[in-house]
Design a protein around this ligand. Sequence first.
Ligand code: GLA
Length: 703
Amino acid sequence: MSIHFNQDSKIFEIDTNHTSYVFGINQSGGIQHLYWGNKVKSGDCNRLLVPMLRSSFDLHIENEREEYSPWGGMFYAEPGLKLSFSDGVRDLKMSYASHEIKEDSLIITLKDEHYPLEVDLVYMVKEQFDLIERNAIVRNVGKDPIMLENTSSAVWMIPDMNEYQLTYSFGYWGGETQIKKQNLSEGKMVLESRKGITSHNHNPWFAIDNGNASEESGEIWYGALAWSGNWKIVIERNTYNNLRVVGGINDFDFSWLLEGGEIFETPVFVGGFSDKGFGHMSRNMHLYERNCILPKKHANTLRKVLYNSWEATGFSVNAENQISLAQKAAQIGVELFVIDDGWFGKRNNDKAGLGDWQINKEKFPEGLTHLIKSVRDMGMEFGIWVEPEMVNPDSDLYRTHPDWVLGFSTRKGSLGRNQLVLNLAKDEVKTFILSFMTELLSEYDIKFIKWDMNRAVSEPGWNEAPLKRQKEVLVKYTKNLYEIWRTLKEKFPDVMFESCSGGGGRIDLGIMEYADQFWVSDNTDALDRLYMQEGFSTMYNPKTMVCWVTDSPNGFNKRNLSLKYRFLSSMTGALGVGGNLRKWSDESLEDASRYIAVYKQIRDMVQNGSLYRLSPPSTGNTVVQYVEDKGRGSVVFMFNQSLNFGMNKFHVRLKGLFPDVSYKVTIDEEEPFTMSGSGLMNVGLTIKYKGEYDCKLIRIVAE
Ligand code: GLA
């Protein structure tokens, strides 16, 4: 049993395998946070459950250490909950009412002292992964409606330290999920999305340490939010050195009318503690995702090597060019052939056709069945690109249903990539998407969907909704999106789904419940990708990180990189190929089939093993190591950038091996040699690079 309540001290203790999380009911009935970190006994925290009065200007500082902190009374920090009652009262006075402990869950119920309002604080303990999933359920148990204005999922309190450093993900289209660090002084740092999607800019997670944690050591408190719409994480250090992290659905341009008898359930905000650095944090998250989040059916299966036609043929897809690409793809060992944008409606460029999901007969006179059969005959599965949430004004869908898009009645909506956003909050839009997707997947032998979303949401008007409900639109949008994915996953359990939003605009734990993998970025430059892959793998499992090998020079930054560099960079995740194979020389195709064959031998380690980031890209030498589950094998990828004369050597010490086991080590195609696990982890290997952008693949197998 991982959850305990001490009736005398009024203290709750949640234990995971290596951590304790402690809070108590204070004198005023508040749920006051006391401790989070390495394992302790809850009794050690008794002396912390005290009022923290400072002055008449800071009367209840203990409220700032509350597990949820509803806004009311003398409380000024970022609240967990803020709302208006129907009589105009906006002050909340909520305190502990009851609790329920089950095997691995704890629910604390708070009640308002006057109004019929209850809030459940839910804690789901993931002992094995040292994680706690938290969310809140707001219940209107009266008759009058309540207007919710801010409903966070959780408030996380970080222990008192002299310094606080925030690690987070920052980016932009073509440069997603890069790692940033920021020292926190008194004040707030806000990470958020207002773009209707998770966004390319920030990703909904945080990690806090005292400035000294490294990849393999140091204490880190971290969390990730499972929400794919507008979200907000506020990290607030007050003048008394309390550090709170409040996160959930973004309260910006949001409100929700909660009628009598209704509930509002917030998304999950999972949090954890690692005393072994960022690497351990990532490995915990990877395991948690594989065991608790990813769609069960494919969570433990291997991701297939895919080919995607986008960079090769753009919108000009047709039966002839797709079949000839498929032949080359099959020749090099690809297992899943994916046709990208351009196969439907009048989709010859990005100006028309979105919304008209009928096969373009000019491009595919014999229909899709012919192409799919050809691909299947070549021994590959078939996948297809869709962008269901969007419409071009130049489309039959828009001409028939101009009222289906998001927008304000007196305004002309902004176009992004010549398209408008369908209002998924509307039931008829949800039904439309579900029915065309169901038809597509029922009629054709499709095993993979790449679901795209190619512009940020703007002007989120919902004219037909009652005025008081119009700001619910983007939350309903996201909930309906999840419902569509859930329904399709249930109906077509064998079909794998990839979440794409102009690259990595929709990567988060919310969509991961339905998405088997993610498109990381439209930028496929193998070196730029190393930076994004570092950030991606910090929170998300490498098996969900789709990486394509594309042409050189790269279309984005015109950088020339060897085929080996491009392959090795992509082999650190779920390998795909996206180059124009019809232009590749026979030699390149032969090399490609060799790399794909090697990938197939090592992919179980990459996709289901443990990741050690031995050296980050910012050093100019990126080294990542994957260790097979049972430590019997490992693979190391090394990439250099530029070389100063005399600086061509790099020393690397490996991780995660058995000290006493003897391993056969093969560097690229060199003669193998033998070393013990202890030797590899302590003495290490000295690698010599030749020239700029050299890279190495080291394979290690227990003898
Ligand atoms: C987005 C995706 C690309 C491709 C195009 C097609 O940009 O990220 O991979 O599918 O759309 O229009």
